[in-house]
Structures are given as structure tokens and as C-alpha cells.
Design a protein. Structure first.
Length: 24
């Protein structure tokens, strides 16, 4: 569970970073 949660958290962080870059 921990590993999966961490993987999902990383994916969400990357998605947010990409979204910020797309907005800019």
C-alpha cells in the first residue's frame, strides 16, 4: 500500500508540474 500510494503521489506531482508548465 505504501509503495502504491507513493507512486500515485509522484504521478500527481508530475501532472501538476506539467499543468503549470502548460499554463505558462
Amino acid at each position: 500500500r505504501m509503495s502504491t500510494a507513493m507512486a500515485i503521489f509522484e504521478n500527481q506531482s508530475q501532472a501538476v508540474e506539467k499543468g503549470l508548465v502548460n499554463e505558462a
